[in-house]
Design a protein. Structure first.
Length: 111
């Protein structure tokens, strides 16, 4: 829902959930402007997508990331947000372990 109404806010929340600086996605337009608006793939989004893939060991390549960001930018961010949300779920491990108890008898003699 947030992505539909305010996409920059959605990007910032996703980056924050990932543990990066909240304002990082706001640099993409600045980079595009600085480089002459001819940037096909926003560099911050590329770096973010590569980081998500690396941290969660998701198969893919920089070429895949570039294609995804160029042709469906919002879908790429939704994918990242979904992966981050899914992986942030707390995992509870319950292990039952039996401990063997050895009983020894000892004879005490009194003098």
């Amino acid at each position: 829902c947030l992505a539909a109404w305010c996409f920059p806010c959605f990007e910032c929340k996703t980056v924050s959930d990932f543990g990066e600086c909240l304002c990082l996605p706001l640099l993409d337009p600045s980079c595009a402007g600085y480089l002459g608006c001819g940037v096909a793939c926003p560099p911050v989004s590329m770096a973010m997508r590569a980081s998500v893939r690396e941290r969660y060991r998701i198969r893919g390549s920089i070429c895949d990331d570039c294609c995804m960001l160029c042709w469906c930018f919002s879908c790429a961010w939704c994918q990242m947000a979904r992966e981050i949300k899914k992986r942030k779920q707390p995992v509870t491990f319950i292990t039952a372990q039996t401990t063997p108890v050895a009983l020894t008898t000892q004879t005490i003699t009194m003098r």
